[in-house]
Design a protein around this ligand. Sequence first.
Ligand code: NAP
Length: 239
Amino acid sequence: MTAEQNLKDTTVVVIGASRGIGLGLVERLHEAGASVIATARKPDEAAAKLPKGVRVEALDITKADSVEAFAKKVDKIDTLIVNAAVGHADLMKDTDAAQLQWYLDSNVVGAHRAVLALLPALRSGAKKQIVLISSTSGSLEKQVGATSGFTGPYAVTKAATNMLAVQYHNELHKEGFTVIPIHPGWVATDMGLEAGVNPKGPQPISIETSSSGIVNVVAQLTPDKSATFFQYDGVKLPW
Ligand SMILES: NC(=O)c1ccc[n+]([C@@H]2O[C@H](COP(=O)([O-])OP(=O)(O)OC[C@H]3O[C@@H](n4cnc5c(N)ncnc54)[C@H](OP(=O)(O)O)[C@@H]3O)[C@@H](O)[C@H]2O)c1
């Protein structure tokens, strides 16, 4: 089956779709015929950039009332993609406790908030898929000795994102859920470009390449692949 056949008429929620990879994911999913519900902190601004026909709702992943209000508007979801995150080139030794709390609240507690609030709608959906946008920064194996890309508190949150996926897999797989973290690649977005580009070194991939790859992985997702750490091109990554 093609990606289009697998995604056609399924309901996919993308959390954090105002720009970057999230916006790319919504465009690709819409092209593939999915019924997409996109969320953004500023839905009117996001709606102006997103394809017509995409439903756009307000959601700030750090605010429980905002997440709850969104959850009340959605009855059935096949696939939930949690893309929203913050990331900067910070080091642990320069990060105070309040700053680490902000990172964790946005990237880890935020993802948990969204999954928990949307579980009833996911249970009503046929596919029962939860996709957490993670990063190779969250791979313990790849981070030992790492000097490039975002390290520090961002890496801490992405390792926790991976564990969130594993724990949700352990608790929900028997109900038919598929839960994966996926690394989108190094992508030319606001966040990706903050890491700095060396004109003579490797270059970031485009939003289109990353989001097409992720949508392809999602389209081919089956329960036996749950708790696998994927890269955007389907390559399996080490934890
Ligand atoms: N770019 C890369 O190279 C790269 C590499 C590895 C992993 N990733 C991961 O890929 C995902 C997307 O990254 P990106 O590069 O597209 O980043 P980006 O361009 O900085 O976009 C981040 C998105 O997250 C949203 N967001 C941030 N805080 C939020 C909150 N409290 N509530 C709701 N939405 C919030 C932003 O919304 P606003 O517009 O409202 O701020 C925006 O839509 C992230 O999970 C990131 O960690 C990216």
